[in-house]
Write a protein that binds this ligand. Sequence first.
Ligand code: ASP
Ligand code: MG
Length: 418
Amino acid sequence: MTTTQFEAVPAVAGDETRPPTGLVVMKFGGTSVAGPERLQAVARRLVAAREGGRRVVGVLSAMGSTTDELFALARSVSPAPDPRELDMLVSTGERISCALCAMAIIDLGHAAVSLTGSQAGIVTDTAHGKAKIVEVRARRIHEALDRDAIVLVAGFQGVSTEYEVTTLGRGASDTTAVALAAALAADECEIYTDVEGVYTADPRLVPRARKLHAVSYDEMLEMAASGAKVLALRSVELARNHGVRLHVRSTFVDADGTWVTEEDQRMLEKAMISGVTHTLEETLYRVEGVPAARLFSALAAAQVNVDTILQTGPEIVFSAPVTDRQAAVEVLEGLDARWSATDELGKVSVVGAGMKSHPGVAATTFATLDAAGIEPQIVTTSPIKIACHVAREDVDRAVQVLHEAFGLSSEAAERAHA
Ligand code: ASP
Ligand code: MG
């Protein structure tokens, strides 16, 4: 008989009525820990939460551009680095920031301990570079919390069921934080970053973009999947599945940020569109001469993250992240199909929970693009999203005109509490 000495990520959604546990997971991104002074400031924030009476788990990213540098270093030694060794290498960045932060906390007179993903009990599957968390064995974290320590967990990594160090994909410290918040039944998961929250559009493109007070899990999922960079997609999925309340906020400004929670009336009535997102980082493929079943199972086996799929007659069109291009091309070459790939298109998406109950969003979208002389090449929809592939050079303008058309520069777009 096997006994389970750990707690898995709970399989049920969080119970709204459960009493608070007093535990908070605080995640800090790469910019927030980019140097010694910033690490000391993060240490002070974690200590302040502890002194406020909470049990504190910190999840840190690697300092600044460390992870990029580690990937570049690997490629300077080997053009296609061995996946296991690559994970051994790139997982070190988070260890550095956690160890340094723990030292800074100890100097502030508090107990602290840093843990690798493996030591923290983050168990994953065996897919190096894009491993998925299968369970969290949180015993060691609980023990440290019970000793009153602030626990620092290295983001972005775990240990596989084959006992190898794995990483969870770029940006996945968010995923580590949410998985821990779920497993530890945290009251909330705070994501500290270099922006003040989730905006109605990228403020670099739309200076009048508004910071949203609240978005629903489903909206955030669509926004993250269609180009919003503020949260890793997988972390939002986990948060939704486990009812983890997320608070995205700035490390550098002490203001409330954006809450990602269950859908409420504000989202359906006050501002039915939450935002306009965009991405240039997609490749679009056209394939003929191979059945869809064979094509997509081969792509899945090669771990290609397919997004949009369109089939009309014998032609199949699909999109996938540019980072998956090499894998996709290998699959297509192996299938004896006729195919082409282009990076000439970008995607602009209008997202909002209110779309479900308010007609006319599609009409406004198309009329607005048409008036701006922008022709959508491919249109795909979900119940709360309309996505248009347009020429790359039209993407910025498409975002701007749609943002205006849906009134997203107005105060109501913020969805403040009544
Ligand atoms: N450091 C990792 C990355 O750059 C993970 C993270 O920061 O979320 O992808
Ligand atoms: Mg990130």
